[in-house]
Design a protein around this ligand. Structure first.
Ligand code: S3P
Length: 441
């Protein structure tokens, strides 16, 4: 089957209700925590994307069995450090930074050397951010240039750490929290605000964890070596996947969309705050709490006259995976939008800041870049008529989705490569686009 698509027509106006794929961050965490629980956990609505399949393959390689029956994943854990690790184990995290960084935390007692590898994109990403705290715990970690492949040999003389996580990375924070599970004593991490699903899940599991919040940091104290029981979890929809449909609706003519059952955890909804500041009027309906997470239906209507934004860097962490699609909204709004300190975007599946800028240039948007700061000159009557080809983006799923939304809302004749990249996070993407009337060839 070909790995590219053509889009040559804007989407017609639509009025629909959809559900997007389940949350990737929560899916991976639920699989990893189930592997450490005592008994059989039951996870429904698990995201069936490449990243999550790699998480399932990883725990299976470590001796944890699972099966799927009537849409529910049954995962049998044997408690903390219940892995059955074989000599010369090689784990492949594929494209997933979250899986790679979190699983390292669960391996810190491994009695054999484990090798962790990943695909071409993941092998270019920085692991010093987790290697540093892991070594403080007492783990033996080896890697060339702080990149994959990594070799890890666990220790039985682990010590709790006090760590200041100042990147604002949930992956680093979570690697530390998962390491702390198998470490005696209390580990304390002072962490710049980032998504907090790991803490919320541990709380939901009644694990001894204490969270003190300030405006910019969370101080998390976690006591090691406490077992927790198997659990049931129903994974909600992913705001990161929803974001492409939110902007699709905003930039389309006379359209309305409801996206049901989406996780609207405060640490994730920077995109809603930003778009509403731009005048979008996105609303939540049917809000409810689920195991510490907040869930709602998101209601969006087209908006002809979005205005520009001077985006506070305080919102960066809660919108970190959504900036590409936010840039597209900025390109079609009135005035100059300003974004600052976006360096972390270049540490993702591709150098997303660089590629996002190339993308905006390709469609003729005036931009100014000062290091990691960006000004986008918006144009509310932006409309495209030329031919565009999107290729060489390290198969970054979010660049693929962005390109589709640009083609469907701005016009032009598009060839978009690496269709399969959608399987990383949002396998249903093209199916939903077609269901609401998008023409894809
Ligand atoms: C994720 C955290 C973020 C995000 C990634 C998923 C997670 O990365 O970009 O897509 O599930 O913890 P950082 O924690 O490195 O910012």
């Amino acid at each position: 089957m070909s790995n590219h698509i053509f889009i040559t027509k804007k989407i017609e106006s639509f009025k629909k209700k959809i559900t997007v794929s389940s949350d990737k961050s929560i899916s991976i965490r639920s699989v990893l925590l189930a592997s450490q629980a005592v008994g059989i956990s039951k996870i429904s609505n698990l995201l069936e994307s490449e990243d999550v399949k790699n998480a399932l393959k990883t725990i299976r390689k470590l001796g944890i069995n699972y099966k799927k029956k009537k849409g529910i994943y049954y995962i049998e854990g044997f408690g903390l450090n219940g892995f059955d690790i074989k000599k010369k184990t090689i784990l492949d995290a594929g494209n997933s930074g979250t899986l790679a960084r979190l699983i390292l935390g669960l391996l810190i007692k491994s009695k054999y050397k484990i090798k962790l590898i990943g695909d071409k994109s993941l092998s270019k990403r920085d692991f010093s951010r987790v290697i540093k705290p892991l070594r403080l715990f007492g783990v033996n970690v080896r890697s060339k240039n702080n990149k994959l492949p990594i070799e890890l040999l666990g220790s039985h003389f682990l010590r709790p750490i006090k760590y200041y996580e100042n990147i604002g990375s949930a992956q680093v924070k979570s690697c530390i929290l998962l390491s702390a599970l198998n470490t005696p004593g209390t580990t304390v991490v002072k962490s710049k605000k980032s998504r907090n699903h790991t803490e919320l899940m541990l709380k939901f599991l009644k694990y001894p964890i204490k969270i003190q919040k300030t405006k910019t940091f969370d101080k998390i104290s976690i006591k090691g070596l406490n077992q927790f029981k198997a659990f049931k979890y129903n994974v909600p929809g992913d705001i990161s996947s929803a974001s492409f449909f939110i902007v699709l609706t905003l930039l389309s003519k006379k359209s309305q969309l409801t996206i049901e059952n989406v996780n609207i955890n405060k640490s994730r909804v920077g995109i809603i705050t930003i778009l509403n500041k731009m005048g979008a009027k996105i609303k939540y309906k049917n809000k409810k709490l689920y195991n510490g997470e907040e869930i709602a239906d998101i209601c969006i209507k087209s908006k002809d006259n979005l205005k520009s934004i001077n985006c506070s860097p305080k919102l960066n962490s809660s919108a970190i995976d959504e900036f590409l699609i936010i840039f597209l909204a900025a390109a079609k709004s009135k005035g100059i939008s300003k974004f600052r300190n976006l360096g972390e975007m270049n540490k993702k599946e591709s150098k997303r800041l660089d590629l996002g800028i190339n993308f905006l240039k390709l469609i003729g948007i005036k931009i100014e870049r000062f290091g990691n700061d960006l000004n986008i000159y918006g144009n509310p009557s932006l409309s495209l008529s030329k031919s565009y080809e999107i290729k060489n983006f390290l198969k970054d799923h979010r660049i693929f989705f962005l390109s589709c939304i640009a083609a469907l809302t701005l016009g032009g004749k598009w060839k978009i490569n690496d269709k399969k990249s959608a399987n990383t996070s949002f396998p249903k993407f093209l199916k939903i686009i077609k269901m609401i009337g998008g023409k894809i060839n």
